[in-house]
Design a protein around this ligand. Structure first.
Ligand SMILES: NC(=O)C1=CN([C@@H]2O[C@H](COP(=O)(O)OP(=O)(O)OC[C@H]3O[C@@H](n4cnc5c(N)ncnc54)[C@H](O)[C@@H]3O)[C@@H](O)[C@H]2O)C=CC1
Ligand SMILES: NCC(=O)COP(=O)(O)O
Length: 333
């Protein structure tokens, strides 16, 4: 069986969040949404609490394709206590981590064609000792890649963005930015566009850090001293890189049409434009890994969990993009 035909592993995320609901809704609408076979990984009770559709418990992902038409295939990770939608718990945090671990392992071992991760609560994970900023860095570590050599891409139909720095206090961003980090994230992004999206000669637009990209140094010198050297280093390797661009004018319609991805200096600079344009279908993808990993762009949404209000389209897009990227990679060999 070609790797792109293997099922995807989809972790349910925090069992008290909307992950179980959106995964179940994706299975319900699998034909209308054009979704490939996938196997859910998580606590069966978190699904049954919010959904009365059929669950096909499997013990091996190879059973998922055959089971996919009769029920939502599930590799069970049973939490120490049953979860309550909207009420995060320590047992739920452990379950979300165990589910993530199993799902990533299935992709790493080649049993699944990639992993789609359901939303977890960082706060809950930190409270049980999770030492990574997010799932991105956890998956990177499990794949033997240093966090500096992966990139978190947020992708929607008309925009892809990559933050250079991710989950850290805003006041620490300026100190964390370095030419080496910007260059590394830029290179991972450019290679990731080729590897996952089949864009042979990608164009990367690099955002400035200060208002008006520093106004020639009058409003900050990061553009001159930190960002420009990284751009020049990437150009010297032959990459098509533009910038530093003023961040407030690089996301309107005609500006977006001129690049394949925007490299942004911090989390909200990248995620605000993406979620403003594409919240309902935004996909978070980790570039630089030997495996395919995607996720919906939203979080656990504890405020609406259990109310049948969760929109499954971002999870569906994450599943679809993972399958497309796995197929693109397989075709490249
Ligand atoms: N990939 C991941 O695992 C992510 C996890 N998070 C985590 O999620 C938790 C909550 O984060 P928030 O900032 O509140 O973001 P959030 O995305 O969970 O919720 C923001 C708002 O959007 C709504 N919303 C989110 N997804 C929705 C959907 N599919 N359908 C309908 N409404 C939806 C929520 O009800 C809420 O009002 C945090 O602990 C954070 O760490 C946040 C983003 C990504
Ligand atoms: N804001 C994006 C986000 O939280 C995703 O993080 P990760 O858990 O996928 O690393």
């Amino acid at each position: 069986m070609s790797p792109s035909l293997l099922p995807l592993a989809v972790s349910l995320g925090d069992p008290s969040g909307i992950g179980p609901e959106v995964v179940a809704k994706c299975w319900d609408s699998r034909h209308a949404l054009g979704l490939p076979p996938f196997v859910a990984v998580g606590d069966p009770r978190s699904l049954s609490e919010v959904w009365n559709g059929p669950i096909a418990v499997v013990s091996d992902p190879r059973e998922a394709e055959g089971a996919f038409e009769r029920g939502l295939p599930l590799l069970a990770v049973v939490a120490a206590e049953a979860s309550v939608a909207g009420q995060p718990s320590t047992a739920g945090a452990h379950c979300s981590l165990d589910s993530l671990e199993l799902a990533v392992g299935l992709a790493r071992s080649g049993s699944c064609s990639g992993v789609v991760t359901g939303p977890v609560s960082k706060h809950q994970l930190y409270s049980i000792g999770f030492a990574h900023p997010g799932q991105t860095e956890f998956v990177a570590e499990r794949c033997g890649i240093s966090p500096g050599n992966v990139a978190m891409m947020l992708a929607g139909p008309s925009l892809r963005t990559v933050p250079v720095t991710t989950h850290l206090p805003l006041r620490e961003v300026a100190d964390r930015l370095s030419s080496a980090l910007i260059e590394a994230r830029g290179r991972v992004t450019l290679r990731g566009l080729q590897r996952n999206f089949g864009i042979a000669e990608p164009t990367l637009a690099v955002a400035g850090f200060n208002p008006h990209a520093g106004e020639n140094g009058a409003l900050g010198r990061e553009e001159i001293e930190v960002i420009m050297p990284a751009i020049e280093a990437l150009r010297a390797e032959g990459w098509d890189v533009v910038g530093p661009m003023p961040a407030d004018t690089m996301f309107h319609t005609s500006a977006r049409a001129r690049y394949d991805a925007a490299l942004c200096m911090y989390h909200d600079q990248a995620l605000i434009p993406l979620k403003a344009l594409h919240f309902e279908e935004g996909v978070n993808m980790t570039l630089g890994l030997p495996i395919v990993r995607t996720a919906p762009d939203h979080g656990t949404a504890f405020d609406i969990a259990g109310e049948d209000r969760a929109d499954p389209r971002a999870m569906a897009a994450a599943i679809r993009v993972a399958a497309q990227c796995a197929a693109t990679r397989a075709a490249q060999g």
